[in-house]
Design a protein around this ligand. Structure first.
Ligand code: PLP
Length: 332
């Protein structure tokens, strides 16, 4: 019984952003590079998939079915992970098939996934249909929810906090804040549980990248229920309450995947000061929230701040037009 498959390179690097820290003095800013997990351009889903695919293999499943947006980083990393593990990969993507696939969609294709477009049908219904068909073909499908966020996937981020604890020790720092993007909640739930398990004395700053979904369970409820299930599994006795979730909601108002001036500013700022690329949907939103709060002096003076980069680079190519034409330097 193997409960974790090796799909990435861990620990991911952690380093100081010297030039950015110079701009936002006296804050000290560091970055954790989960954009460098190594799985087909990296990202936070790699940590979750190590547990999810191990579970699928343990239980004898031989096909994976999951879902997401057309530019889903989760789907792209799932396609890569399935290639590594020798499993069939089936992706149900929202909306209609676009003319020319780019960004993550292109990569998922190249990585060998079977791709279905849900059109106006709820993706969960399409996943059920696809699973039926896979069974008729004599294989056994294992269904992974959006973002790989469930009690199994979140374990990757419980471990990640243990990893961060060791890096803090090696660097001789204690971060006062950790900023990151939250969407399906598995990353956040894992960090929240890990924080308690490993005694991390840091304020988590989860930045919502979308508007509240008024239908179905709220993100708070999803995070709390994963934490609850995670505690049972780990034999930990801890009661979480809604205040522990602490979502930062004001930056998600434009809605999921809508790039505003804030995200553009964030992408340009980090690229030009540190040579590091953010994605338009998740990390740019979280990074903008962090710098905005620093500019407004909303964080404790002189604090040490960690930005947790969760990946997403391929999506940038889908936003090429909005990011503007690059400046061409004339040579005559
Ligand atoms: C999925 C994703 C997130 C959000 O993680 P969740 O666990 O779904 O909350 C953040 N950043 C990137 C780049 C992602 O792909």
């Amino acid at each position: 019984m193997k409960n974790r498959l090796s799909l990435g390179f861990f620990p991911t690097p952690l380093h100081k952003l010297e030039r950015l820290s110079g701009i936002y003095k006296p804050y000290e800013i560091y970055i954790k590079r989960d954009d460098q997990t190594g799985l087909a351009s990296g990202g936070n889903k790699t940590r979750k998939l190590e547990y999810l695919l191990a579970e699928a293999i343990d239980f004898g499943y031989n096909a994976i079915v999951t879902t997401g947006a057309q530019q889903s980083n989760h789907c792209r990393q799932t396609a890569a992970a399935c290639a590594v593990a020798g499993l069939e990969c089936h992706l149900v993507l929202r909306g209609d098939e676009p003319g020319a696939p780019n960004g993550n969609l292109l990569l998922s294709r190249l990585l060998g996934a079977h791709i279905y477009f849900a059109g106006n049908t709820p993706p969960d219904e399409v996943m059920t249909e696809v699973s039926k068909k896979i069974r008729l073909d004599g294989r056994d499908p294992y269904i992974i929810p959006v973002g790989g966020s469930n009690k199994t996937g979140m374990r990757g981020y419980v471990d990640a906090i243990g990893e961060l604890k060791l890096q803090q020790k090696a660097f001789g720092v204690n971060f006062d804040y950790v900023f990151f993007a939250t969407s399906s909640g598995g990353t956040q739930a894992g960090m929240l549980l890990g924080k308690w398990k490993y005694g991390l004395n840091t304020k988590l700053m989860p930045v919502c990248v979308e508007k509240d979904d008024k239908t179905g369970p709220s993100l708070e409820e999803k995070v709390l229920s994963m934490c609850y299930e995670g505690c049972i599994r780990e034999g930990l006795e801890k009661l979480y309450n809604p205040q522990d979730v602490g979502l930062i909601k004001e930056y998600g108002e434009a809605g999921y995947g809508v790039m505003t001036e804030g995200e553009k500013m964030a992408i340009n700022e980090l690229a030009k000061t540190e040579g590091i690329l953010l994605d338009p949907v998740y990390t740019a939103r979280a990074f903008f929230a962090m710098t905005d709060m620093m500019r407004q002096n909303l964080l404790e003076p002189k604090s040490k701040i960690l930005f947790w980069h969760t990946g997403g680079l391929p999506a940038i190519f889908h936003y090429a037009e909005q990011l503007g034409k690059p400046r061409i330097d004339r040579f005559f």
